[in-house]
Design a protein around this ligand. Structure first.
Ligand SMILES: [Zn+2]
Length: 176
């Protein structure tokens, strides 16, 4: 049995990558206008499984539940060419590497969609973008995002607060 992605999940995986291939040396756009039908578009992207959808597939991880295997977090958006590459040269494309690609393209996409004018009115918008970027980059280390947290009996406010639950790297180090 294959734990395939639903159409809804496939769209989420594509949207999160901005409809570009997540391979950092590729990054080609995966959607374009149909060459001769103005009512159609062409999709050249695939929601590939980071860990395989079935036991004999590439990078299969038996520890995942069916729901985890079908979830957006187990998918990476790649072009048709790169999808063949990552599945046929399995040893060169580890789960860790693909997760890094995914994170990088999500950060790049978040950055590309941001266009904030300078000025006091846009300060909150700017703050939200920074929060979102932190959430994407440190999704496995920082939790419970809060804004405008009051300290010192409400005399002072901190713009952005996260709970540090890191078990490795820099955030573990600053906890000590
Ligand atoms: Zn590609």
């Amino acid at each position: 049995m294959r734990d395939s992605f639903s159409l809804r999940i496939t769209k989420i995986i594509a949207d999160r990558a901005g409809h570009r291939c997540s391979n950092p040396v590729c990054r080609r756009a995966t959607s374009k206008a149909h060459p001769n039908d103005p009512e159609l578009s062409v999709n050249l992207g695939i929601a590939a499984h980071i860990t395989a959808a079935s036991p004999n597939g590439p990078r299969y991880d038996q520890r995942l539940t069916t729901d985890e295997r079908k979830s957006a977090s187990n998918g990476i958006w790649v072009c048709t060419r790169c999808s063949k590459e990552i599945d046929s040269a399995e040893s060169a494309y580890s789960v860790d590497l693909l997760r890094r690609w995914k994170k990088d393209i999500e950060v790049a996409t978040a950055r590309d969609t941001v266009e904030i004018e300078a000025g006091k009115l846009q300060a909150y918008e700017y703050q939200n973008v920074l929060q979102d970027a932190f959430e994407v980059i440190f999704s496995d280390q920082l939790f419970r995002k809060r804004s405008e947290v009051k300290v010192n009996e409400g005399r002072k406010r901190i713009d952005v607060v996260f709970s540090n639950e890191s078990k490795h790297g820099f955030f573990l180090w600053i906890k000590k």
